[in-house]
Design a protein around this ligand. Structure first.
Ligand code: AMP
Ligand code: GLY
Length: 423
């Protein structure tokens, strides 16, 4: 099978690395890829927002199967356009991708299917949003409806903070994404992510992971795309898992199928484990970044037939096996991220890190001859396996310490919740 992966992040490097191990693969391409993906796939330069250009690339390279990584391409409907041109594609339809593309869409589905989630109101003007806020008080959560690069959510501890977030949204801080605002009840608890493959009617649950969204140690600083993760997340016990599959995942799959927009892809459920049980925080309609890096390190099965079965509606009967170990990844980011940062600093020492239990996935990197340059916010993902979260953590930080990159930084406490729990 000739496969094309779309994207350029650590998630896509991890997917490509795993697909490259499949006996079903004959040739792997990635577009546009990054400074690390060239070791497992052929990088193809293309503007992935230009769907006609992606289709042309599929024709030129006689691609049998396309795997779309990033949320922006899912929400823009790249999967629909690639399928319309006759190619098999792992990517939810634009209609089903609304699960991630519109918070209001997901909240309405939760209402319809009785899926546990935070109480909410949905508003298209400032006056009505503020009026609702004053009836609810703080803490409270203000969300721009559409995609906002992870910046559209304010967890407001005071009414003043909430007012400011509402005014920002309606004055265009997030463009069209903020034309509608969702105001949610604040949920207290620990967050965990569950990943489930779905082919429209059948599901295959993958595994759990826990991300670390804040930039700095102790979960302080601004929100980022994710500074590190580990998998599995034992905080999700068997009972909580069963309840989540029954009360969150199945109603979502059935609800979307009943609407005539079946979900084919990976469902990434962000959950809050509250005193009243697991509640849905949000859905993403693609794999997590950096959760994919830890999941791929642990996955024993061949990924390629699973993704293909999702895309062709033939997931029934498939199973998935995992290494009986934990994986943990630490993100090295450019100083300044998630704010503004420089590009082009030189990184050395990466090659020496890769070992049987440790692997460096690239995100924002570029090659310049034999030099490796930082070319983004999140740059490298040092990922390790271990028999405990603690062991995986020690190995990952040993890898981090072997890399020489003065312009980079990382959190030093990835995995802290689980390590504290197991003490
Ligand atoms: P979202 O983009 O919806 O995942 O929100 C980003 C982050 O904001 C989540 O990962 C949570 O940490 C936090 N958050 C979102 N909604 C809520 C809520 N209703 N209660 C508490 N925290 C929330
Ligand atoms: N790690 C967060 C995300 O992929 O959205």
């Amino acid at each position: 099978m000739r496969v094309l992966v779309i994207g350029s992040g650590g998630r896509e490097h991890a997917l490509a690395w795993k697909i490259a191990q499949s006996p079903l693969l004959t040739k792997l391409f990635i577009a546009p890829g990054n400074g690390g993906t060239g070791s497992v796939a052929e990088n193809l330069a293309v503007d992935v927002t230009d769907h006609a250009a992606v289709v042309a690339l599929c024709r030129q390279h006689q691609i049998d199967f396309v795997v779309v990584g990033p949320d922006a391409q899912v929400v823009a409907g790249l999967g629909d356009d690639v399928r319309a041109a006759g190619f098999t594609c792992f990517c939810p339809s634009k209609a089903a991708g609304q699960l991630e593309g519109s918070k209001g869409f997901t909240k309405a589905l939760c209402d319809e299917m009785d899926i546990p989630t935070a109480a909410y109101g949905r508003f298209n003007n400032e006056a009505s949003a503020l009026a609702y806020l004053y009836t609810q008080g703080a803490p409270i959560v203000i969300k721009a409806d559409g995609l906002a690069a992870g910046k559209g959510v304010t967890v407001a501890m005071t009414v003043e903070e909430a007012e400011e977030a509402i005014i920002d949204c309606f004055s265009g801080a997030f463009g069209e994404s903020g034309a509608e605002v969702v105001i949610e009840e604040f949920m207290e608890g620990e967050e965990v992510s569950l990943f489930v493959l779905c082919d429209g009617s059948n599901i295959l649950p993958l595994t759990t992971a826990q991300d670390h969204k804040r930039a700095f140690d102790g979960d302080t600083g601004p929100n980022t795309g994710g500074m590190g993760a580990y998998s599995p997340a034992p905080v999700m016990t068997r009972d909580i898992y069963d309840e989540t599959i029954d009360r969150v995942i199945w109603p979502t799959v059935r609800g979307l199928a009943a609407r005539g927009t079946p979900y084919q892809g990976v469902l990434y459920a962000g959950l809050m484990l509250t005193e009243d049980g697991p509640k849905l925080v949000e859905y993403n309609a693609r794999f997590g970044d950096p959760e994919t890096q830890v999941m791929m390190m642990r996955m024993q099965s061949d990924l390629l037939p699973l993704l293909h079965a999702v895309a062709t509606g033939t997931l029934a009967g498939h199973d998935v096996a995992w290494k009986d170990q934990f994986a943990l990844t630490v993100i090295l980011a450019t100083e300044g991220y998630p704010g503004s940062y420089g590009k082009g600093s030189v990184i050395t020492g990466v090659q020496a890190v890769n070992a049987e239990h440790t692997h460096v996935f690239h995100a924002g990197t570029r090659r310049d001859g034999d030099k490796l340059l930082a070319w983004g916010g999140r740059v490298l993902n040092v990922t390790a396996l271990g028999d405990s979260v603690r062991e995986a953590q020690q190995r990952a930080y040993a890898g981090v310490d072997a890399i020489d990159w003065p312009e980079g930084f990382c959190r030093r406490d990835i995995g802290w919740r689980e390590i504290a729990r197991s003490r």
